[in-house]
Write a protein that binds this ligand. Structure first.
Ligand code: FAD
Length: 431
């Protein structure tokens, strides 16, 4: 059997190497730490959690909980090690970060099929390879990947606006319309009176911003400014920017509102809408508090909050297949945060798929595409089918799952049905 190169022993790389090794495929695992580190890592251990020690929800009424359960059933080293090093955290799976990474490091290093090579990879290797060097990929390799993918294929920063569950938008208050009625009516518009706007503006400029890491401060977002920074430039600035009301007269009254926030459909199923121009660096709790002041969004559920941070990621809809293979090279896979999945578990989940598939390629077996009904498959579908122009990384969430054939109004029951369907679909794959 051919040897597979795995570059980066983070959440995705550790999982990918493990899946390959367990499938009987020899692995050369390249990790640059501790020889060279990143601005966010502190240790030389594999699968280091760079920030929170929580792997988020563990129950099956939570998409990331479903993802974990699928991974458990697929012999995930990341989830098994998290279960073994868990600390009490209510409905979440949180871990003792040191024990967690130490356990993964030990298991990976002791696996007879894995050879660990402590060096920075500066080129994309030949032969079957999985690149999973994460959001803080070293500069030399980032340049290589950027060159490989072409000029618009690799981004260095996230600037994502919040995404809302469409079923939680108050349709009585918002209206469907495109500016000047150009083309098909495509946006949901949240209208504001002058008083509503002033209250919103004041809340926005006073809201608390998430702390930035030193290495994040140097960045400047031309044309992609956080909404709170734009607001601080002056009370009228947003009215000439993302909250511009011209051409958006409310069809019910025929009048132009004082200000408008537009929501853009984010997926083909129209189950998710993003807030146009509202990329933000506010703390998540503050986003909920301030954005729920917007008419129509009083009860909005945020599937993903806005984020702005350093994050090397690829334009995967243009570049990858749902197997996590490069469209240009059959034997080159990418996995982890750099493919546009977002989060520890999601990164490990993509590493799992890339690892299973690279093993199959090494053994001349057919590659696997996970069904969209599974949490794992919903993510590979999202990163390969999202609209390339606005592609932004995404957490696992039920908005990515195909809707159920029947409408279930009760949210908990709906999520349980989605989870059930996901686990059945996985069982049917018979892997
Ligand atoms: P990583 O876990 O970063 O692994 C990449 C590995 O590749 C690293 O070990 C790195 O040393 C190595 N590497 C890089 N370049 C090279 C090279 N050229 N040669 C060899 N090795 C190389 N997600 C959450 O769910 N919760 C959070 O709280 C959270 N906080 C975050 C905070 C920050 C500052 C950042 C940047 C991201 C955060 N994320 C968080 C997002 C994401 O889940 C993590 O970044 C996650 O670690 C991504 O997994 P990964 O395997 O893709 O990359």
């Amino acid at each position: 059997v051919k040897t597979v190169n795995v570059v980066g022993a983070g959440l995705a790389g550790s999982e990918a190497a493990w899946q390959l090794a367990e499938a009987g495929v020899p692995v050369n695992l390249y990790e640059m730490r501790p020889v060279k580190t990143t601005p966010a890592h502190h240790t030389g251990d594999f699968a280091e959690l760079v920030c929170s020690n929580s792997l988020r929800g563990n129950g099956l009424t939570n998409a990331v909980g479903v993802l974990k359960e699928e991974m458990r059933r697929l012999n995930s080293i990341v989830i098994a090690s998290a279960d073994e090093t868990a600390v009490p955290a209510g409905g979440a799976l949180a871990v003792d970060r040191n024990n967690f990474s130490a356990l993964i490091t030990k298991r990976v290093k002791e696996h007879p099929m894995i050879t660990v090579i402590s060096e920075e990879m500066t080129k994309i290797p030949k032969g079957i390879t999985i690149i999973c060097t994460g959001p803080l990929t070293s500069e030399a390799l980032a340049e290589e990947i950027s060159a490989y993918n072409g000029s618009h294929g690799f981004y260095f920063y996230d600037a994502a606006a919040p995404i809302i569950d469409s079923t939680t938008i108050d349709r009585e208050k918002v209206y469907l319309k495109s500016r000047y009625d150009k083309g098909e009516a495509a946006y949901l518009n949240c209208p504001m009176t002058e008083e509503e706007f002033i209250r919103f503006y004041e809340a926005l400029i006073e809201a608390e911003v998430a702390p930035q890491k030193d290495f994040e401060k140097e960045k400047f977002f031309e044309g992609c400014m956080p909404i709170e920074v734009m607001a601080k430039r002056g009370i009228k600035t947003m009215l000439f920017g993302p909250m511009k009301p011209v051409g958006l007269e409310d069809p019910k009254t025929g009048k132009r509102p004082y200000a408008v926030i537009q929501l853009r459909q984010d997926n083909a199923a129209a189950s998710m809408y993003n807030m146009v121009g509202f990329q933000t660096h506010l703390k998540w709790g503050e986003q909920k508090r301030v954005f729920q002041m917007i008419p129509g969004l009083e009860n909005a559920e945020f599937l993903r909050y806005g984020v702005m941070h350093r994050n090397s990621f690829m334009n995967s809809p243009e570049l990858l297949r749902p197997t996590y293979q490069s469209k240009k090279r059959d034997d080159l896979f990418f996995a982890g945060q750099m493919t546009g999945v977002e989060g520890y578990v999601e990164s490990a989940g993509s590493g799992l798929v890339a690892g299973l598939n690279a093993a199959r390629l090494a053994k001349d077996e057919e590659l696997l595409v996970f069904p969209r009904e599974t949490a794992i498959g919903s993510m590979s579908h999202y990163i390969t089918h999202a609209e390339g122009k606005h592609f932004q990384p995404m957490n696992a969430n039920f908005g990515l799952f195909p809707s159920l054939p029947e409408r279930i109004r009760d949210k908990k029951m709906r999520y349980e049905a989605l989870a059930d369907r996901a686990l059945n679909a996985l069982t049917e794959m018979n892997i």
